[in-house]
Design a protein around this ligand. Structure first.
Ligand code: ADP
Ligand code: MG
Length: 625
C-alpha cells in the first residue's frame, strides 16, 4: 500500500483551511451529515431515471455513534457511496465537489436539494480529528475501499470488506489540549445538541443510541441505564409544510422549540415565495418584550437556513431596526454562500429577501390593525415605541412605511387611535393635527394649553413617550395635515380670543414689557394668551424645541444645554390680570413678586424644575402676610 500525497497546492490549502475558515469547530458534524444527506439524495435522483432502483425513503438513514474508550466518532450512511476513483477525486482533491459535478451532470435545478458545492466541508473533520478513516462501497461497485488520512500528510487507499452500500466515516477525536477541549465531541448530550442545532431539518433520520434510565425489574427505586436508538432530527421543516395543514399550536410549539421566547407568539407569519427570489420563512411577533430588548445585549436577526441547513443564528441584515422585535427563520435555496458557509457571498439576494420580508411584516401588521384591533393595540403597547424610533431614524427615510402603523392616545376616544382615524374625524374648520406632550395622560389632561383646542371641539393626541415629538418632527404632516403642539406659539385657530388678546396687548404694552424685564434670561416673551380659558398662566414655546424635547435633551449624556424658547402667557380674562394691572399702577415691587410667582407656577404645571424653590416659597409667604 502506497501513501499518496494530496495534490500539490492542496496540501497548504488543507492546513490553512482546517484552522482558519470555520469559526466554530462544532460545524464539522454539520458538514459530514450534509454530505451523507447528499449521498442519499443521489440515490433518490438515480432512482428517478433508473427502473431497476427502488427508492424507499424509510430505509435510508444516517447514524452517529461515539465510543469514548477508543475516542472515535463514527458516522454511517446508506447513501450512494464512493468508487475508488471518486475517493481519489473527491477526497483527494480539495475544493473538488463531487456533489456539484453530480448536480451538473444530472441537470438538477430544484426539487430536493443537494447541499454540497465547494468540496471543502469534508476536511473540517480534521479540526477535531487526528485521523479520518472513510470506508465506503459505491452503488456501482463490487469492491469496498478504505481511505485514511492524518491530515496534511496525504492519504492511503486500500480495498476492504463491506457488505452494504454506503459510507462510514470514522474520526479519531483529538486529545484535549491546554486551550482546546475535544472530549465534548464524544458526549452524547453535546452531539445531540449539535445535530439539533444545525441539522434538524435534514430529510433523512439521523439516529443515535441514546442512554436512558428505567426501573430495574422488580424494584421501585433502583434504576438501570439502557440504550435505545432514537431519531434526533425532526426531518420535515415546518416551513415546507402546507399552511392549511398547520394549526396555531404547531406554530406555538415551533416558537418554543426554537427558544424564540418564553412567551407565546402574538402572531405568526408564514411566507412561501416562489418567483424571482425563492424562500420560505416563519416569523413571529412576540407577545411580550424580551427582557433585554432595550439593552446592548439584545441582537436582532433571523435564523438563516440554506436548503434546510442552519447557516447563521442571527442574520441581522434580514430585519430593519424598526422591526427588530420579529423572531423567526428564513430558508432559501438561492443563497450564494462563501466557502465556510458562514458568510453570504453576494448580498443581492439577501437584500431582495430582506425587502420582501419587510413588506410582508408591514402587510401583516396592517391587517392585524384592520381585523384584530385588540391584538394590534396590545402589540403597539409593547413595540410601538420601536416603530416611532423607526420614523425618526435615518433622517425619516422609513416614515412612509411606518406612518399608517402609528397609534396615539386620543383625548376624544380615551384610547389609542391611528392618524387616519384622527383625520377622518376632523371638523371642516380644523387645520392641524393637535398634540400635547407630558409625562402621563392625567398630567396632559390638566395642561392649561389644551383648553382652547378642546373648547373648539378638536381632538388632541397625547404624547407620553420621549420619542413621540421627535418622531412627529420628522413626520411633519400626515395626509397633508401638519402636526401642531397645543403649546406652540400660533395655534392656527381664529377666535374672538385672538382679537381681544391682540388689542389688550397693545393697551397694556408697558405692563407686559415690565414683566418681560423681570423675567429676562428666563423667557423670550410675556404676552396675552389666545389659548387660555380658565387657567391664569401657561408657558408656550416658539421655534423648534418644545418643553418636552428640552427635558429629553437635558437628560442625555453630554447635553448641549439646548433650551426651548419659552413664552409666558397671561390669561387676560382671569382676575389675576386685574391684580397685575393694579400692581403695575400702584406698587412695582408687588408686580415683580407676582410675575415671579406666576412664572414659577407655569413651570410647575409643565413639570419643569423651578430654579430656586426657597425663593418661591418665600414669595408665597410674602403674599400671605
Ligand atoms: P461538498 O460537499 O461541498 O461537495 P465536501 O468536501 O464536503 O464537499 O465533500 C467532497 C465530496 O466527497 C462530495 O462532493 C462527495 O462527492 C464526496 N463525499 C463526501 N462524503 C460523502 C459520503 N458520505 N458519501 C458519498 N460521497 C461523499
Ligand atoms: Mg459537503
Amino acid at each position: 500500500m502506497t501513501k499518496k500525497q494530496f495534490q500539490a497546492e492542496s496540501k497548504r490549502l488543507l492546513e490553512m483551511m482546517i484552522n482558519s475558515i470555520y469559526s466554530q469547530k462544532e460545524i464539522f458534524l454539520r458538514e459530514l451529515i450534509s454530505n451523507s444527506s447528499d449521498a442519499i439524495d443521489k440515490i433518490y435522483y438515480r432512482a428517478l431515471t433508473d427502473d431497476t432502483l427502488k427508492f424507499d425513503k424509510d430505509s435510508y438513514y444516517i447514524k452517529v455513534e461515539a465510543d469514548k474508550d477508543s475516542r472515535t466518532l463514527k458516522l454511517s450512511d446508506s447513501g450512494i457511496g464512493m468508487t475508488k476513483d471518486e475517493l481519489e477525486n473527491n477526497l483527494g482533491t480539495i475544493a473538488k465537489s463531487g456533489s456539484l459535478a453530480f448536480k451538473k451532470e444530472n441537470e438538477i435545478k430544484d426539487g430536493h436539494d443537494i447541499i454540497g458545492q465547494f468540496g471543502v466541508g469534508f476536511y473540517s473533520a480534521f479540526m477535531v480529528a487526528d485521523v479520518v478513516t472513510v470506508i465506503t462501497k459505491a452503488l456501482d461497485s463490487e469492491a469496498a475501499y478504505k481511505w485514511e488520512s492524518e491530515g496534511a500528510d496525504g492519504y492511503t487507499i486500500e480495498e476492504v470488506e463491506k457488505d452494504t452500500i454506503g459510507t462510514e466515516i470514522i474520526l479519531k477525536i483529538k486529545e484535549n489540549t491546554e486551550d482546546e477541549t475535544y472530549d465534548e465531541y464524544l458526549e452524547e448530550y453535546r452531539l445531540k445538541s449539535i445535530i439539533k442545532k444545525y441539522s434538524d431539518f435534514i430529510r433523512y433520520p439521523i439516529k443515535m443510541d441514546v442512554t436512558s434510565q428505567r426501573p430495574k425489574d422488580g424494584s421501585e427505586n433502583e434504576f438501570e441505564e439502557y440504550q435505545e436508538e432514537q431519531t434526533i432530527n425532526s426531518m420535515v421543516p415546518l416551513w415546507r409544510k402546507n399552511k392549511n395543514e398547520l394549526t396555531d399550536e404547531d406554530y406555538e410549539n415551533f416558537y418554543q422549540e426554537k427558544h424564540y421566547g418564553f412567551d407565546k407568539p402574538l402572531k405568526h407569519i408564514h411566507i412561501s415565495v416562489d418567483g424571482a427570489i425563492r424562500y420560505n420563512a416563519i416569523l413571529f411577533i412576540p407577545e411580550n418584550m424580551p427582557f433585554d430588548y432595550y439593552t446592548k445585549e439584545f441582537e436582532k436577526g433571523l435564523e438563516l437556513y440554506s436548503s434546510g441547513v442552519l447557516i447563521m443564528n442571527k442574520c441581522a441584515d434580514l430585519l430593519p431596526d424598526y422591526f427588530s422585535f420579529v423572531k423567526g427563520m428564513v430558508d432559501s435555496e438561492d443563497l450564494s454562500l462563501n466557502i465556510s458557509r458562514e458568510i453570504l457571498q453576494h448580498d443581492r439576494q439577501l437584500k431582495l429577501i430582506a425587502k420582501n420580508i419587510k413588506n410582508k411584516i408591514k402587510g401583516q401588521l396592517q391587517s392585524l390593525l384592520k381585523d384584530e384591533r385588540e391584538k394590534y393595540e396590545k402589540f403597539f403597547e409593547t413595540f410601538g415605541r420601536q416603530l416611532k424610533y423607526g420614523v425618526y431614524s435615518d433622517f425619516g427615510q422609513y416614515k412612509e412605511d411606518l406612518q399608517d402603523l402609528l397609534m396615539f392616545y386620543s383625548s376624544k376616544e380615551k384610547k389609542l387611535v391611528t392618524l387616519a382615524e384622527y383625520i377622518e374625524r376632523m371638523p371642516d374648520d380644523q387645520k392641524y393635527i393637535y398634540y400635547a406632550s407630558g409625562e402621563t395622560h392625567e398630567r396632559i389632561e390638566k395642561l392649561p394649553q389644551t383648553e382652547m383646542v378642546l373648547d373648539k371641539g378638536y381632538e388632541i393626541l397625547y404624547f407620553t413617550d420621549e420619542i413621540d415629538e421627535f418622531a412627529i418632527k420628522m413626520l411633519l404632516s400626515y395626509k397633508e395635515k401638519e402636526f401642531k403642539s397645543v403649546s406652540s406659539g400660533d395655534l392656527g385657530i381664529d377666535d374672538e380670543n385672538e382679537k381681544q388678546a391682540e388689542s389688550e396687548e397693545n393697551e397694556s404694552k408697558e405692563l407686559f414689557d415690565y414683566m418681560k424685564e423681570v423675567l429676562s434670561g428666563k423667557v423670550k416673551n410675556v404676552k396675552a394668551s389666545k389659548r387660555l380659558k380658565s387657567h391664569p398662566v401657561c408657558i408656550s414655546t416658539e421655534g423648534d424645541v418644545s418643553i418636552e424635547m428640552e427635558k429629553v435633551l437635558k437628560a442625555m449624556p453630554n447635553n448641549q444645554n439646548i433650551q426651548a424658547d419659552k413664552v409666558l402667557e397671561i390669561n387676560i380674562n382671569h382676575d389675576v390680570f386685574q391684580s397685575l394691572k393694579a400692581a403695575f399702577d400702584q406698587d412695582k415691587d408687588k408686580l415683580t413678586l407676582y410675575t415671579n410667582l406666576l412664572y414659577n407656577q407655569a413651570l410647575l404645571i409643565e413639570g419643569l424644575p423651578i430654579q430656586d424653590p426657597v425663593d418661591f416659597t418665600n414669595d408665597i409667604c410674602k403674599v400671605m402676610v
